[in-house]
Ligand binder design. Structure first.
Ligand SMILES: Cc1ncc(COP(=O)(O)O)c(C=O)c1O
Length: 392
């Protein structure tokens, strides 16, 4: 690494992240290179963002072409790229309308606003509380931290936004007891990514959604990490056979450019009116051009079938490793229960040329969806030798 890169970072960038001693410089497909030219297999995709890998040629061409045509316009004008993206998302999911932002947290903020305004318009003030799940993660803004069901995030930044309560996942009786006449919505991830790759039970999700529909509670599904093909369907909720009222997404949608989207179903499609929400950069045409390319690629049944098949293959390979106690997985969203400290192992993997992340006490893989079986073999081989090294 050029000493300058680390020195500038340490001197001028706030230390909100613990960094590995690596400065990434370039990448192609699933392979990244650092400033010294060392090669890394990346099974983290920049935390689930680079779903088509690094610098996919079609994506680069779409983004470049749009940057050369018009790079930004305000939301006071119509945008072809934004309209096409919105149509695609609605058609592919049975939803009605979308609202643009720039990140997962913003998409969730938007969903929270829509759920509360729906209830305000229909029932008046006071019915505004939202139930979320223990171990969830919904973002870093003050309101999305408040929505996050982990006490560790409820520090320092008081006062937090009121109106959130938390229940353990998996128990309908507990959920029903938490509902009061002030409850307006529930917000949940089908798989809790940051919370440790915890996959929600299908019967629980179905029971919860039908209870909420009966009681006019808005169902918000946070697909920021699980969306855009990650679980082998375009969205994780499609594995559960439910239809949420609001769906949020970010990460993989832009293929590496910042975007956040909140989608709503018919019931909520007229809730937001002029000046109730907005974002200067939301619906940026360059970002939308990248997202249009990502969706055209990922929302193809053959592509999604390959994600499912490669996920099965990866799980099989992982289960052959003696230190792997269990694999929690859907598609290419993978949590590996391991003998040993996941954070130490991840750090050693990085030194050995494998970019892997953790979630709570599991190793987590979110590889680019275009990863090949040969690359999976290569990644598992580095993990295997790293685990052997840890025993020496
Ligand atoms: C499920 C979920 N929701 C929301 C967020 C926040 O997204 P962003 O960092 O883009 O604001 C994340 C980020 O990891 C996430 O995993």
């Amino acid at each position: 690494m050029t000493p300058n890169t680390k020195q500038l970072d340490q001197q001028y960038i706030m230390h909100t992240y613990g960094r590995y001693d690596v400065a990434l410089k370039s990448g192609k497909g699933v392979v990244a290179y650092d400033e010294d030219g060392k090669k890394y297999i990346d099974v983290s995709s920049g935390i689930g963002v680079n779903c088509l890998g690094y610098c996919d040629e079609g994506w680069v061409a779409a983004v470049t072409k749009q940057a050369q045509t018009i790079q930004h316009m305000s939301n006071y004008f119509y945008s072809e790229q934004a309209g096409r993206l919105a149509e695609k998302l609605c058609t592919l999911t049975g939803m009605s309308k979308i609202c643009f932002g720039n990140s997962g947290a913003e998409a969730n903020e938007c969903a929270i606003k829509i759920a509360r305004k729906y209830s305000f318009d229909k029932y008046g003030a006071g019915r505004n509380e939202i139930i979320t799940l223990r171990n969830s993660f919904h973002g870093r803004t003050v309101t999305t931290l408040s929505a996050t069901g982990q006490d560790v995030f409820h520090n320092f930044f008081f006062p937090f936004t009121e109106g959130f309560s938390f229940v353990e996942a998996g128990d309908m009786d507990v959920f029903k007891q938490a509902v009061t006449d002030k409850t307006c919505a529930v917000m949940l991830e089908m798989i809790q990514g940051e919370g440790g790759v915890n996959i929600l039970d299908k019967d629980y999700v179905n029971a919860l959604v039908s209870y909420c529909k009966k009681n006019d509670l808005v169902v918000i599904v946070d697909e920021v990490q699980t969306g855009i093909g990650r679980t082998g369907k375009l969205f994780a909720f499609q594995n559960y056979g439910v239809q949420p009222d609001l769906v949020t997404m970010a990460k993989g949608l832009g293929g590496g450019l910042p975007i956040g989207v909140c989608m709503c179903g018919e019931k909520l499609s007229e809730v937001m009116t002029p000046s109730t929400h907005g974002s200067t950069f939301g619906a940026n045409p360059v970002v939308c051009a990248g997202a249009n390319y990502v969706l055209d690629t990922v929302a193809d049944e053959n592509f999604l079938a390959a994600v499912r098949e490669k996920g099965d293959y990866l799980e099989k390979k992982l289960r052959e490793l003696p230190d792997v106690k269990n694999v929690r997985r859907m598609g290419l969203m993978v949590g590996i229960e391991i003998d040993g400290d996941a954070h130490d192992i991840a750090a050693k993997c990085v030194q050995n040329g494998l970019l892997i992340i953790t979630a709570k006490d599991v190793l987590r893989m979110l590889p680019p969806l275009i990863i090949t079986k040969e690359e999976i073999d290569e990644a598992v081989c580095i993990l295997k030798s790293t685990l052997e090294e840890c025993h020496k």
